[in-house]
Design a protein around this ligand. Structure first.
Ligand SMILES: [Zn+2]
Length: 299
């Protein structure tokens, strides 16, 4: 067995955690190999080439369209690809990612396209779109349930194997940095998806960018912490709004309200504005703010 491939349970000889290169930090991510199904392909091209030599990969399930989860698709030309229909566009046509990141025809967009070149990414032919609650039978003993968890992207899905209680949660990734920065992200859906995941009886949670989380109560705690990181952002943003002076999300540009510091400044300042807009959307829906002139005031 390769050192980046790890059997997850002694009771199931065909469920493996596949540790992404650089421990799954961006631009890589972790995968789950379950029978001949691989979930996500961002482990790195080197790892993927080694993996497919040793294990048959006949099907690929994509948790969502982000480049760090689908970058290896082009190396699995003999596999059938499946994703949620709401995420199909940028998977089938990767140039659409620029539109989704709101960087079409910009310098940042050009930098981004250069990254695609680096990955050697290509458009993917998707054979089938899976649906919420659909159960995929794998071998004699595994039943993998699709858990639709939108918010991070419009079609983001997790997967829950019902016998082993092992789940793959993708970028509902239980880090300190919940991420809802593409134009198809939705913060209210994101929070509802966290609540939905709390209702599942998960024993091992595999996520995109950190080590597996073991134990049902640990997983529930981590989901609570994940949500409270969003609530802290709510508070920080609300403390910059007023009862009389209208504020527009663009007025909060570059103020580090979400990123403590900017590592890739051009890109992260744009991301931050997109995320702040999602908070405004939520505040408006919850009647915490109202529109005034060309901005928003506290209600
Ligand atoms: Zn993502």
């Amino acid at each position: 067995m390769q050192d980046f491939v790890q059997l997850l349970s002694d009771d199931f000889n065909n469920i493996f955690f596949v540790n992404g290169e650089r421990n799954g930090s961006y631009p890589y991510s972790h995968s789950l190999l379950i029978g001949d199904y691989l979930i996500d392909t961002g482990i790195s091209s080197g790892y993927l080439k080694k993996l497919k030599k040793q294990y048959p990969i006949n099907h690929v399930l994509l948790s969502h369209w982000h480049e760090d989860h689908i970058s290896g698709n082009h190396l699995l030309t003999n596999s059938k690809f499946l994703c949620h229909e709401k995420d199909k566009l940028p998977i089938e046509d990767i140039e659409k990612m620029l539109l989704y990141y709101n960087v079409e025809n910009t310098v940042e967009g050009k930098e981004f396209s250069a990254i695609f070149g680096l990955y050697g990414m290509k458009n993917t032919h998707v054979s089938k779109y899976f649906k919420d609650d659909e159960i995929i039978s794998i071998g004699d003993n595994l039943r993998l349930k699709v858990i639709f968890t939108p918010g991070h992207t419009a079609g983001h899905c997790g997967f829950y194997e019902m016998n082993s209680k092992i789940a793959f949660l993708g970028d509902m990734d239980l880090t300190r940095f919940p991420y809802y920065t593409t134009i198809d992200s939705n913060l209210m859906e994101f929070e509802n998806s966290i609540e939905r995941l709390k209702t599942l009886d998960i024993e091992i949670a595999i996520v995109g960018h950190r080590d597996p989380v073991i134990g049902n109560s640990n997983i529930k705690n981590e989901l609570t912490n994940f949500k409270s990181a969003i609530q802290k952002r709510d508070e920080r943003i609300l403390s910059n709004l007023f009862e009389k002076k209208p504020i527009h999300p663009m007025d909060l540009k570059g103020k580090n309200l979400i990123y403590k510091r900017y590592t890739y400044e051009n890109f992260e300042v744009i991301s931050e504005i997109v995320m702040i807009e999602k908070h405004f959307e939520k505040f408006l829906k919850e009647n915490l703010i109202t529109i005034k002139d060309d901005g928003y005031i506290l209600t």
